[in-house]
Design a protein around this ligand. Structure first.
Ligand code: SAM
Ligand code: ZN
Length: 207
């Protein structure tokens, strides 16, 4: 579920829509949290080229470290990528936090490299820090910076209004302990999806 002070706006024909703050959202605010209406789909859900939903699933789902596809039921599925994103998720937790103050009318953005992007994406984020093409493997390069931003933002988590707090606590009972020890917040590298290795079947010689 997205933060309530967000609305959907058209950006242009190429990028499509994006989500924008209607009021300032301070550093440390939870901007998105997994909620029970979000669909958790099997990782193979978008593999059938004959499936009429294939394109939508590839475009609108993101992949967790377990290889599950998350399809947000609300405007969360319209969050665009920025190479200088204002929202990131701590490793292993299904929520995102504002890593700087987000002004009214500013677009809420995340970094697709933290969401197991499947194919490289030519980026139009317009940031001076734009990487040009977003690659799934960018995660290891951006992780140290993301981790500092996230850990700093988490130190503010109890100082700002948190409309999404109950969704975070409901799904992560130990979260409060972790947030009181920011250095123990897992790295974004924990989002990395390591697909299970294929099982090697040994054919018997001569069979
Ligand atoms: C989850 S959707 C986001 C919503 C999308 N803008 C829309 O209106 O359908 C992901 C798609 O948005 C576009 N997109 C998101 N961030 C982008 C960026 N920084 N540069 C170019 N396209 C982007 C790409 O087409 C991407 O596959
Ligand atoms: Zn970019």
């Amino acid at each position: 579920m997205l933060h309530p002070n967000i609305e959907l706006r058209k950006i242009n024909d190429e990028i499509g829509y994006g989500v924008f703050a209607t009021k300032p959202i301070p550093l440390g605010t939870i901007t998105w949290a997994l909620d029970p209406l979000d669909q958790i789909l099997d990782c193979h859900a978008a593999e059938d080229p004959e499936d009429q939903y294939n394109g939508d699933l590839t475009r609108y789902t993101w992949v967790t470290a377990n290889g599950q596809r998350i399809l947000c039921w609300d405007f969360g599925r319209f969050m665009n990528h920025s190479c200088d994103a204002n929202s990131y998720g701590p490793g292993g937790y299904p929520f995102e936090i504002a890593v700087r103050d987000i002004a009214a009318d500013e677009e809420l953005t995340c970094d697709y490299a933290t969401l197991n992007l499947e194919k490289p994406l030519v980026c139009q984020c317009g940031s001076p820090r734009c990487r040009g093409v977003i690659n799934p493997k960018d995660l290891k390069d951006i992780a140290p910076t993301c981790d500092i931003l996230i850990r700093t933002a988490c130190t503010r988590i109890h100082e700002v209004t948190q409309p999404l707090w109950h969704w975070v606590v409901n799904q992560n009972k130990e979260i409060d302990h972790i947030l009181h020890h920011p250095d123990s917040i897992p790295s974004v590298m924990k989002h990395w999806w390591l697909p299970a290795q294929p099982t090697i079947t040994h054919n018997r010689i001569g069979s």
